[in-house]
Design a binder for this molecule. Structure first.
Ligand code: GLA
Ligand code: ZN
Length: 695
């Protein structure tokens, strides 16, 4: 049944994963939890994430009463529940009785029971058992006033451990893969062409001959490998859809699952289309090195990516309030970092700050993972006080923040299918390192204090003044037309070497670069510059070092803005600009150092009017960045924010240095928390986050 999805309550959610199922024999602790949650200004708990063995202790026997009591008690105390489906960890009675629910490895061995996300998404038994428990939860709690959302499973395909990519190689999954291929290609002829199977005598004459790629068999047929990745992501998504359908039976609460940022196995852009809300689990190695700035930039990217999946506020579903116990070195968060790293999520578009976990478990592998409540000392700890004081801050800022979201004018293309294809291209460098080479583009915007959206090749580009598309090796869907149209209508498009190489079947384009007209160039070869060469380019009178990749291209209609200075291709174009229709297209032929990207993207942001609207004199100090949330028509849950339409922008000015940094504001701003009017020079203390509005 199609239902109108209920909106989230209009509040900034604060709380996190709560596992009362581990403490059912300690009513004193459960009572203390409620008392402490109120003290910490917690208004939301994620329940039942790994509780399957408590919810269905025996096959078909559901015990939901304990959960009902907890949900009631939380609700009576002003605490909402995000209720999980428990499929991330299987009860032992199930994996023991039904061997087929366990994933099979690519070597043909079944996994042992235990751990998390080790189930076969094709298994009819797994699906039946999932439907059983999900329906029971939905029937019992789907309309409970305290239950505000469904937390579907947990970190699909993830959660650490070996062989965790969601893939199962059992005969049934292989059969489903063949069905998936039949749908995609229709005929074997089409598939043979798309996969170029004439190579190494791989021509298939029967669908049965197709097997998943494996180190024990065919593992170098690019089309096969790419489609297996697509299938694996789709197959788990199909399972997730069935989970949602099961909870939907009796419930109109929004469905969300927790994503992990740039997580290779799952195409989150595609997944986001199925979910009502998206959320992010943020774990960073704060303080692992003296300079937290690269970590801050990377964390910002994870938040930004998650927000960009739906271009609306997201939820920070998990984060640590102190340390992450699976890091090589588990440093404590320095005073101030808990608040700053949490507000960073809000700055990037989150409408929540949620932790893993509320209370430390007493045993097993996460007993020392950071939590709001420790094994000892109740609420009398540094971490608890930090969390409580952040909770108070969130309550105070909520009216200003709700109904706003980041609305960037610049976008960077990041495409999962491209990622899968380019890593396996067996060219240039092996692997390619798309995420690693892509990140410096994001970093430049972050350093400039410019919000960006991260888009994939299916996203529309209109509305952006600047679109940057690094290493788009594969052009898929309507991307070529989308870009042509975007530039023709006045957009500014920037792309790089190792773009426009293959189509969505991973077949090389013939004749010329598909965007050759737009870019005004002819591409020829690509070099990985040997480390001893130290090549460089010069642009606007400044020299910039080249990192590694150097495309050898020829300008046709494009203007040459910079050339290589060394090696046999000295004098070849390294940076070009072409006018196309009403717009401009730039081609960066080489992989340049950070300084170049900072200068060049800063120049383009200014030229296209996509820079930060916060007025400051001079540049932002190192380690300080800005995000802007502007009023929107709809909130995370699609609600029209009528009361907020009068609101203006909010700027989150964040200092990720442990020491102070001086800003120079060129206009008058008001600190929304203290009311202080700020103009001209202002010293930010270490790890400070200011939230400003125009005064
Ligand atoms: C993941 C999981 C949590 C927990 C944390 C620990 O994000 O979702 O259950 O294991 O990691 O960092
Ligand atoms: Zn399987």
């Amino acid at each position: 049944m199609e239902r109108k999805i209920k909106e989230l309550p209009r509040t900034l959610l604060h709380g996190g994963d709560y596992n009362p199922d581990q403490w059912l024999d300690r009513p004193d602790i459960l009572a203390e939890d409620i008392r402490l949650m109120k003290e910490a200004h917690v208004n939301c708990a994620s329940l039942g994430i790994f509780a399957w063995s408590k919810l269905e202790p025996e096959e078909g026997v559901y015990d939901l009463d304990w959960l009902g009591e907890i949900i009631d008690r939380l609700y009576e105390n002003g605490i909402y529940t995000i209720l999980a489906t428990p499929t991330a960890a299987l009860p032992h009675w199930m994996s023991e009785k039904y061997v087929e629910v366990r994933q099979m490895l690519s070597n043909g061995l079944r996994k042992y029971p235990g751990e998390r996300h080790n189930f076969c998404a094709s298994s009819p038994v797994m699906r039946e058992k999932m439907r059983g428990i999900n329906s029971a939860l939905s029937r019992r709690f789907g309309q409970h006033p305290g239950v505000i959302a469904w937390h579907i499973s947990n970190e699909y395909a993830g959660c650490g451990g070996d062989h965790m990519d969601g893939a199962c190689y059992c005969p049934l999954c292989q059969e489903h893969f063949r069905e998936w291929l039949k749908k995609r290609y229709g005929t074997l002829d089409n598939l043979n062409h798309a996969w170029w199977t004439g190579f190494w005598s791989n021509t298939f004459t029967d669908w049965k001959q197709i097997h998943a790629p494996s180190a024990m068999g065919e593992n170098r047929l690019h089309g096969l490998k790419l489609d297996w990745k697509r299938f694996t992501s789709d197959q788990l998504l199909d399972f997730c859809k069935e989970e949602i359908a099961a909870v939907r039976q009796y419930s109109d609460r929004p469905a969300v699952t927790n994503f992990m940022g740039m997580f290779y196995p799952l195409n989150y852009f595609k997944w986001a289309k199925t979910l009502d809300l998206v959320s992010y689990d943020n774990y960073q190695p704060w303080h692992a090195t003296e300079d937290d700035v690269p970590t801050a930039m990377y964390a910002s990217m994870g938040h930004t990516l998650t927000r960009s999946l739906k271009k609306q506020p997201f939820l920070l579903m998990e984060s640590t309030p102190s340390l992450v116990s699976w890091m090589p070195k588990c440093s404590l968060m320095r005073p101030g970092m808990q608040a700053l790293s949490s507000l960073q999520a809000v700055a990037c578009g989150s409408d929540s700050v949620q932790y893993f976990q509320w209370r430390k478990s007493r045993g097993s592998c996460e007993k020392y993972h950071g939590a709001v409540v420790d094994h000892k000392n109740g609420g009398n700890t540094r971490v608890f006080r930090d969390v409580a004081s952040l909770g108070e801050r969130l309550k105070k800022i909520a009216p200003s923040v709700l109904g706003t979201c980041n609305q960037p004018k610049a976008a960077i293309v990041f495409d999962w299918e491209n990622w899968w294809a380019v890593e396996g291209a067996e060219a240039v460098t092996n692997p390619f390192g798309y995420d690693r080479r892509w990140l410096p583009f994001y970093q430049a915007f972050w350093r400039l204090g410019i919000d960006v959206d991260i888009v994939d090749m299916e996203d529309p580009l209109e509305g952006y003044s600047l679109v940057v598309a690094p290493y788009n090796y594969m052009y898929r869907g309507n991307y070529i037309e989308t870009v042509k149209d975007y530039v023709a209508k006045g957009g500014t498009y920037v792309t790089t070497c190792w773009s426009g190489e293959v189509d969505d079947s991973d077949l090389c384009f013939l004749d010329r670069h598909p965007l050759g007209d737009v870019l005004g160039i002819r591409t020829e070869e690509i070099d990985v510059s040997p480390a001893y060469v130290h090549n460089q380019i010069s642009w606007q009178g400044k020299d910039y070092a080249i990192r590694e990749l150097c495309a050898l291209v020829h300008a046709e209609t494009a203007e040459v803005l910079g050339v290589y200075e060394k090696d046999f291709y000295a004098g070849y174009p390294a940076l070009t600009k072409n006018n196309y229709g009403e717009g401009e297209a730039y081609f960066i032929a080489s992989e340049n150092d950070d300084a170049f990207l900072l200068d060049f993207l800063g120049y383009l942001a200014e030229r296209t009017g996509s820079g930060s609207s916060l007025r400051v004199n001079g540049e932002l100090p190192y380690g300080v960045t800005v995000n802007e949330r502007r009023p929107v028509e709809s909130s995370a849950s699609g609600e029209v924010a009528s009361a907020e339409t009068e609101k203006g922008s909010l700027w989150f000015v964040q200092n990720f240095n442990s020491g102070s940094a001086t800003m120079d504001f060129a206009e008058r701003y008001r600190d929304i928390e203290t009311g202080e009017i700020i103009e001209g020079k202002k010293e930010l203390t270490g790890y400070q986050c200011l939230i400003l509005e125009q005064a």
